[in-house]
Design a protein around this ligand. Structure first.
Ligand SMILES: Nc1nc2c(ncn2[C@@H]2O[C@H](COP(=O)(O)OP(=O)(O)OP(=O)(O)O)[C@@H](O)[C@H]2O)c(=O)[nH]1
Ligand SMILES: [Mg+2]
Length: 384
């Protein structure tokens, strides 16, 4: 591969933006239906798991009475009211009508999983709930029964949390449900999960949410699991698992680009590879970098990534490296850069870094000489 001559290298941010767009369309959107009576805690659950407060923004698309669709690139929420007492149609018919309205929407908006939400201090499901869950089951969507607002008590010594007796009795009833005559009945839900998003004073963290996301992932269709991993905000290791292969592929591409060693002045050749990697990783963390940063700031960041300064300082101390970047150095620079960018994205994603400060913050994250050496050692050990 030949390298172009650059007087004063300019970095073009296009590969970043393009990688973001193609990653977005590849991963697609995860659609969840959240069904339950008014005030059971549907919006609080969505906010806790997905970190988006649509209820406040309130810019949903009212689809029919009682059904609202909220969405952004990676997530769609069908917010469905529970059965209205006094309605002229039966609960099953009402839900059927809602599902029919949803089915008319495009494929990318179709429901993958349902959270059917009920207050945990209810005794049992109502006949309306049961009719609606049966209707969902017959339309083929998996239902997670979410018992909300659990008022846990915490053992001060062991730290274990226990649900109130009434909630435990509710769960026992759900395991082998019977009607009012004691006759067994079938309620086709997949899982029951106890949750809370705050304590009864409206404070503190939620509980049961980790289990809720794990079960939601497990029940999601295979081709929508990545979309869910991206849409949710509770489980960061899932995002790292998605980011690591991208870093690996970019490192391999960088090694390829430097198969014939590149003059350090041409380190910029690696910029499109690294910017593409950054764009894909930003997508996994659901960060809208394009909106957060000007194209100029992105390009500047790209130039830092392409790592001329780093490469120069680095080359100096590698005996015999001369003024060339070979495959091993290119791969290590790219891998260290990818890891650093992933950590920075994580911080922005969790709200620890203000998106507007990404360019400044990079200084604290940019891979050091040592990081690169470490990456080179890892490659040697891996025998690549
Ligand atoms: N104690 C306690 N209160 C909660 C919990 N989750 C939500 N709440 C409160 O319950 C109320 C209703 O919560 P929402 O999340 O708005 O419920 P919703 O189902 O979206 O309500 P509608 O959109 O009005 O149907 C709010 O005042 C919440 O603060 C919880 O886990 N525990
Ligand atoms: Mg709500």
């Amino acid at each position: 591969m030949s390298s172009k001559e650059h007087e004063r290298p300019e970095v073009d941010a296009t590969p970043f933006v393009e990688a973001t767009q193609s990653a977005k369309s590849r991963y697609g959107r995860f659609n969840l239906a959240v069904i339950g009576g008014s005030g059971v805690g549907k919006s609080s659950l969505v906010n806790a798991v997905f970190g988006r407060d649509w209820a406040k923004v309130g810019k949903g698309l009212p689809v029919t009475r009682g059904v609202t669709y909220y969405n952004d690139d990676s997530l769609g929420i069908w917010d469905v009211e529970g059965f209205e007492i006094g309605s002229p149609v039966s609960p099953g018919e009402q839900l059927r009508a809602h599902l029919d309205a949803i089915a008319k929407h495009p494929a990318r908006e179709q429901i993958s999983v349902v959270w059917y939400c009920v207050k945990s201090n209810d005794d049992r499901l109502t006949p309306a709930d049961i009719a609606m869950i049966r209707e969902l089951d017959s339309s083929g969507v998996p239902v997670i029964l979410v018992l909300t607002k659990v008022d846990w008590s915490r053992n001060p010594i062991t730290g274990n949390r226990t649900a109130p007796k009434g909630v435990e009795a509710f769960v026992e009833w759900l395991e082998e449900p019977v009607d009012e005559h004691g006759q067994p009945i079938n309620i086709p839900y997949e899982r029951v999960i106890l949750t809370s998003t705050s304590d009864k004073h409206g404070k503190g963290k939620g509980h049961g949410l980790g289990e809720l996301v794990a079960e939601t992932l497990a029940l999601s269709p295979d081709n929508e699991k990545d979309a869910f991993r991206i849409a949710q905000r509770l489980n960061l290791p899932w995002k790292r698992e998605l980011a690591r292969p991208i870093i690996g592929a970019a490192s391999a591409a960088a090694a390829g680009a430097a198969a014939i060693p590149l003059p350090v002045a041409d380190a910029i050749t690696l910029a499109p590879i690294q910017l593409g990697m950054m764009g894909r990783i930003a997508t996994i963390y659901d960060l809208e970098m394009k909106a957060m940063m000007s194209a100029g700031a992105l390009a500047q960041l790209g130039a830092q990534f392409a790592g001329q300064a780093l490469a120069r300082s680095f080359i100096k101390v590698i005996p015999g490296a001369g003024s060339f970047i070979n495959a091993g150095v290119a791969a290590a620079l790219t891998a260290a850069t990818g890891e650093a960018w992933m950590r920075l994205c994580e911080q922005v994603h969790t709200g620890k870094i203000d998106p507007a400060r990404v360019s400044e913050a990079w200084g604290d994250f940019a891979p050091s000489f040592l990081d690169v050496v470490r990456k080179m050692a890892e490659r040697k050990i891996a025998g690549t």
